[in-house]
Design a protein around this ligand. Structure first.
Ligand SMILES: *Cc1c(COP(=O)(O)O)cnc(C)c1O
Length: 334
């Protein structure tokens, strides 16, 4: 399937004024650490608290008026974007999520008036439910990452970053199903073929990373992580986000739970930004020394939708437990 910058520029016109133009700001602390200009694209400032609004708005707004409603599976943020976009169009939305999705995310989606279905203990089970609903209730399914409209919407972030800073040499992009990384990489490389785009994810259940190594989509067990938004598979039937990540990402890098915890603290104590674990993996890659950069670098702070009880514990240096995972606490600067 042909997918190009033209799709992303078309998405840009659709989402204008609704889900675009987030701040892109330097982080003085990260700039000192990286030894290069280091900038944060603040998608945590989106009205639903995450970048997924871009893809969701583009997908929902371009549906024909005859469509009765939409459905999706989600680790939380895509569902929130779809619920918001459907609400704007006066369309019904049914959001399917697994029991691994944090309550704060579920509550946020319900508050937008969507119909929420909690099914199973993995993103794959939620996906099967949303596929069943398409047939049973005549809804249109919007994939969180394997849909050209969604990828095009996420790609607008890359266009905005390079317009603001044409001198960027590296982009560090949080990676799960790969819709974000695919869109951003296609946009960035169309504008500057020499730019490096690196996908960053957690070392627990990294489905795209395992699939890129295998050369085809593979399944990995889904496990609890501080970066819960990065959980879930890429679908064995993946059509678009896998080949685009394979062809356009320069590398993938894995970070640990401790590295994610530390990066959340850095972003909060140094830049005063509240962000979920999935959002800080680009910072974690630099802070851990796993990625070195040779010029101006940008990362995407992808979202802020986390449980505030969990957040305040992490900031206080306490141990936190998510499912079967315990992450040791440590006071920042200690
Ligand atoms: C969905 C999500 C990601 C990963 O995006 P993909 O397109 O699935 O790779 C990263 N961060 C947050 C906060 C997300 O919600």
């Amino acid at each position: 399937m042909a997918f190009s910058l033209a799709d992303i520029l078309a998405a840009r016109r659709v989402i204008r004024g609704v889900a675009d133009a987030t701040p892109f700001v330097p982080s003085p602390f990260m700039t000192r650490t990286a030894g290069q200009d280091f900038l944060l694209k603040l998608e945590n400032m989106q009205p639903v608290g995450a970048f997924k609004l871009r893809g969701a708005v583009n997908a929902v707004m371009t549906l024909p008026a005859t469509v009765g409603g939409v459905t999706c599976c989600s680790t939380g943020n895509h569902g929130r974007g779809v619920a918001y976009a459907a609400g704007q169009r006066g369309m019904k939305a049914v959001i399917c999520m697994s029991r691994l999705v944090p309550q704060a995310k579920v509550d946020g989606i319900r508050a937008l008036g969507a119909d929420v279905r909690i099914v199973g203990t993995s993103q794959d089970e939620a996906m099967h439910e949303s596929q069943r609903l398409c047939d049973a209730e005549g809804l249109v399914e919007i994939s969180p990452f394997d849909d050209p409209k969604v990828i095009a919407g996420q790609g607008t972030i890359g266009v905005e970053m390079l317009e603001a800073r044409p001198d960027l040499t590296t982009l560090l992009v949080p990676l799960s199903g790969g819709g974000l990384a695919a869109g951003v990489a296609v946009a960035a490389k169309a504008i500057n073929p020499a730019i490096r785009v690196i996908g960053i994810t957690m070392d627990r259940g990294a489905a795209m990373h395992a699939s890129l190594i295998a050369g085809k989509p593979v399944e990995v067990p889904e496990v609890a992580s501080l970066a819960d938004s990065l959980g879930g598979g890429i679908g064995l039937e993946n059509r678009l986000s896998f080949p685009l990540c394979r062809d356009h990402l320069d590398a993938t890098v894995l970070v640990t739970e401790e590295e994610i915890r530390h990066a959340m603290q850095v972003l909060y104590f140094e830049d005063r930004i509240v962000a979920e674990g999935a959002s800080v993996v680009g910072l974690a890659a630099i802070l851990s020394g796993k990625v070195r950069v040779e010029g101006p670098t940008g990362t995407i702070v992808t979202g802020r939708n986390l449980d505030m009880g969990l957040f305040t514990k992490i900031m206080a240096g306490e141990d936190v437990t998510i499912g079967d995972l315990t992450v040791k606490g440590r006071c920042y600067g200690a």
